[in-house]
Structure formats: structure tokens, C-alpha cells
Design a protein around this ligand. Structure first.
Ligand code: GDP
Length: 186
């Protein structure tokens, strides 16, 4: 979602101000941006969904590109869905999460701007998402609470990514031992 705090969070996670463009214009990021974090993993910055786009055909083409990416990218390990923690569950976010669950794509929720949120409000929003997961038959999904102002949540996310990358690498080692060659696409 535009203005959710995605660019600020990417800058926080990578520790590099200016790496992701922090935009004052909602919906600025309209391409897929790849960041090589280290030799083990990439962060891919996908555009926010639901941005105002006058040309419906262009918008549909564009959404199709994102859907293709999410459904077909074999090296994709985890989608982080950014949610503005100040708002109750929004229809756009709910629809996207529902689509991810239906497509069997692993994701985590990242609640942004927690420095601006009352804890009771965030608790209620988390509860709304948990109820949605239950309704759709998903037992659980990781959730992170972050602030790009205070740095809250940064270490938790980086540790989580590190653990996931390590677990994929050990799976690959095992399959290599079994004689299957694993080819990584750049
Ligand atoms: P994007 O459009 O999702 O990439 O969002 P940006 O990173 O450009 O941020 C949108 C606005 O929210 C900017 O004015 C940021 O300064 C502000 N913002 C982003 N993250 C935080 C946060 O964690 N706390 C607060 N208080 N403001 C934030």
C-alpha cells in the first residue's frame, strides 16, 4: 500500500539511507527493484498495490506482472506484506493476504509505524488478521512490529531472514548430496 513506510523500512533494514527512494508522492515505486544484500539473498521491492492509476488497462497489466512474479519466481522464499499499524484491517490488505493464502505463497505481516500507534489498536488489528487466517485455514503467519523512526523490529526481521536463508541452503545441500543439481537464477 502506498505510503505505508516501505522505503523507510528498506533503508532501516539495509542500514543505507537513500538506497530505497523515500517518496513524498504516494505510489512512486512502480517497478521491481532488486537489492543484492549479500551473496545469499536479495530483497525485491515490489510496488504498492491499490495506488491510484487513471489508466485501468495499464494498472491491470502492472498487477499481472506482480502476480506473475509472486506465483512463478522459484527463488522467492518469503513475501513481507507491509501493514500500516495505525489502521484497522483494510480491505486491500485483507484481499491481498487472502490471495497469498489461496496461492500458497509464504508471507509475513510487517506492521509499520508502531511509534505512532496505540498498543490496543495494534492488538485489535493483529486479532483481525489472526481471525482471517483461521477462517482461511492457515494456522499462523509470522508478524513483526516495526518503526523506522526508532528502529524497532529491525533485528527481529533480519534474524528471521537469516534463519530462513540458512534453512533453504541446508535443504539445497541435502538435495545436492542426493545427486540433484541445484541451479540458482540470478
Ligand atoms: P512508502 O511510500 O511506502 O515507500 O513510504 P515512505 O517510506 O516514503 O514513508 C511515507 C511517510 O511515512 C514518510 O513521511 C515517512 O517519513 C513516514 N514514515 C515511514 N515510516 C515511519 C515510521 O516508522 N514512523 C513514523 N512516525 N513515520 C514513518
Amino acid at each position: 500500500r502506498s505510503n505505508v513506510g516501505k522505503s523507510s523500512l528498506i533503508n532501516r533494514l539495509t542500514g543505507q539511507t537513500g538506497l530505497a527512494k523515500v517518496s513524498a508522492t504516494p505510489g512512486h515505486t512502480k517497478t521491481l527493484n532488486f537489492y543484492l544484500i549479500n551473496k545469499d539473498w536479495h530483497l525485491v521491492d515490489l510496488p504498492g498495490y491499490g495506488f491510484a492509476q487513471k489508466n485501468l488497462a495499464a494498472r491491470e497489466r502492472f498487477e499481472e506482472m506482480i502476480i506473475d512474479y509472486l506465483e512463478q519466481r522459484e527463488s522467492l522464499i518469503r513475501v513481507f506484506v507491509l501493514i500500516d499499524s495505525r489502521l484497522p484491517m483494510q480491505k486491500l490488505d485483507r484481499d491481498f493476504v487472502q490471495w497469498l493464502i489461496g496461492a500458497d505463497i509464504d508471507f509475513a505481516l510487517v506492521f509499520t509505524k508502531v511509534d505512532k500507534t496505540k498498543p490496543a489498536i495494534l492488538r485489535e488489528t493483529r486479532r483481525q488478521f489472526e481471525a482471517l487466517f483461521q477462517q482461511l485455514g492457515l494456522s499462523a503467519s509470522p508478524m513483526f512490529e516495526t518503526s523506522s523512526e526508532t528502529g524497532a523490529g529491525k533485528l527481529e526481521i533480519l534474524r528471521f531472514i537469516g534463519a530462513e536463508v540458512a534453512s533453504v541452503e541446508s535443504d539445497e545441500d541435502e538435495s545436492e548430496e542426493g545427486g540433484t543439481e541445484v541451479t540458482a537464477t540470478p
